[in-house]
Design a protein around this ligand. Structure first.
Ligand SMILES: Cc1cc2nc3c(=O)[nH]c(=O)nc-3n(C[C@H](O)[C@H](O)[C@H](O)COP(=O)(O)OP(=O)(O)OC[C@H]3O[C@@H](n4cnc5c(N)ncnc54)[C@H](O)[C@@H]3O)c2cc1C
Length: 417
């Protein structure tokens, strides 16, 4: 079933009775060419691009819960291509290009809103660093504008510019950045993959990976065993646990990241604003809620709920930056499990087990990567070759130290990312 303005109008006039389910609900087959473990954004986009770009459709996505119930439906929806280091910048640039064509490609309203991302700075040293980052972004073919205080004031008049501790010196504006509706992205890719013949199998937890003589043969699941020529692990915060089923220990720690939303308010924040010094960022959803978050909770965990000290920290940072927020009431908060790598950059690679592939380590920034990751991972799975924009995301960089991408400059301490 396609979507169009005409269709929306017609359904509105006739009681919304003509809509059909967005995807089938098939039983798993005995065997597939490729089994993708994990029905989050990355697993679904991988399945979509395998079908669309490589004509491969004998594929199953196995999801232990429901599609989009993981981090893809828990994030704060920020999309941007403002990475600095070679290896990252070309990948996120490619991903942003895919975002810009996504709604047409999927025939799905993902509510992509390029409202601009502004990263604030508060010292001369930080201004230099952001000027350098902006130049790298422009050289990559993306956009960046360095704003002085007056420039920031024009866009964000409600900030506390003379804050004693963090006076605002300016900001880096990335106009093509913005937000998109997170679960619509999962649904759009799910629908697109299903339409092309991919089996999306929910409530199907993978409990084991079958390997014979160093070659992957399939998976054990709560819905029986399934044979596969290739198996792709795309399980975000659970990557370490699933890879352990194949006897692998990944260079990944799982940490909680929290987010918050206020009651719906009239439009007040037009951009995505990032206050790095306070570990705080914010945007306003289309429903009017102020959506914001901060840093990781400072312990490794698989519990998708956060601790109170981080809540307090985020609220303090919010009040420091924009005292007006004190009048808003927080409606909800939640957490997601982040797959943190030592250099803060992801992994898209084969493993030492023939036919077993990895797409993980997206840390707290994998939503913006959903299209790019799916595209590049599909390329690797279909051709056996790394896709050029993602060629740096190799697993062996953690073994030999060559090619590490420490984007945040925080070294190997996960809770400082
Ligand atoms: C609070 C928060 C804010 C964030 N904000 C942003 C942001 O603004 N911008 C941004 O770019 N990124 C952001 N992120 C990060 C982003 O959401 C993640 O990096 C990304 O969603 C991870 O990839 P995914 O969508 O495939 O993960 P998921 O949606 O978590 O998908 C993995 C799936 O694997 C399934 N699974 C796990 N184990 C098994 C198993 N054994 N068998 C079968 N299935 C299994 C899970 O159920 C899950 O559905 C944020 C994350 C959080 C939590």
């Amino acid at each position: 079933m396609g979507f169009s303005g005409f269709r929306v109008l017609k359904e509105g006039l006739f009681g919304q009775k003509g809509w059909t389910p967005q995807w089938r609900n098939p039983d798993p087959k005995d065997e597939y060419d490729i089994v993708i473990i994990g029905g989050g954004g990355h697993g679904l986009s991988t399945a979509f691009y395998l079908a669309k770009e490589h004509g491969m459709t004998n594929i199953a996505v196995l999801e232990k819960g429901y599609l989009g119930g993981g981090n893809v439906g828990r994030n704060t929806t920020i999309v941007r291509a403002n990475y600095f280091l070679p290896g990252n910048s070309e990948f996120y640039s490619h991903s942003l290009n895919l975002w810009e064509g996504m709604e047409q490609e999927l025939n799905y309203n993902t509510m992509m809103s390029q409202r601009g991302v502004i990263n604030l700075f508060h010292s001369d040293g930080q201004r230099d660093a952001f000027a350098r980052r902006g130049n790298a972004m422009v050289n990559q073919g993306d956009d960046a504008e360095l704003l002085d205080v007056a420039g920031v004031r024009k866009h964000l008049p409600y900030l506390d510019f003379e804050n004693g501790r963090f006076p605002i010196y300016g900001g880096l504006l990335h106009r093509r950045g913005g937000t998109a509706r997170h679960d619509a992205v999962a649904w759009g890719y799910a629908r697109g993959a299903d339409q092309r013949g991919v089996d999306l199998i929910q409530n199907c937890e993978v409990t084991g990976i079958d390997i014979e003589a160093g070659v992957v043969k399939g998976v054990q699941t709560t819905r029986g065993s399934i044979r596969a020529k290739k198996v792709a692990i795309v399980t975000a915060g659970r990557s370490g646990q699933v890879a352990a089923m194949a006897g692998m220990r990944l260079p990944i720690e799982s940490h909680v990241l929290q987010a918050f939303v206020t009651e719906g308010l009239k439009p007040v924040i037009d951009h995505v604003v990032s206050f790095g010094m306070g570990h705080f960022y914010i945007s306003q959803s289309d429903k009017g809620g102020l959506v914001f978050g901060g840093d990781l909770d400072f312990y490794a965990s698989y519990a998708a709920r956060g601790n109170l000290p981080m809540k307090e920290h985020v609220m303090e940072a919010a009040m420091t930056l924009m005292p007006m927020i004190g009048k808003a009431r927080v409606l909800r908060s939640w957490g997601g499990i982040m797959d943190m790598t030592p250099d803060g950059s992801p992994i898209i690679d084969k493993t030492h087990i023939a036919g077993l592939y990895l797409d993980c380590g997206w840390c707290y920034g994998g939503f913006k990567a959903v299209p790019g990751s799916g595209y590049s991972f599909a390329h690797l799975l279909a051709t056996g070759e790394h896709h050029a924009p993602a060629a740096g995301f190799r697993l062996d960089r953690f073994r030999d130290g060559v090619g590490l991408m420490d984007e945040e400059g925080t070294g190997a301490q996960h809770n400082l990312h």
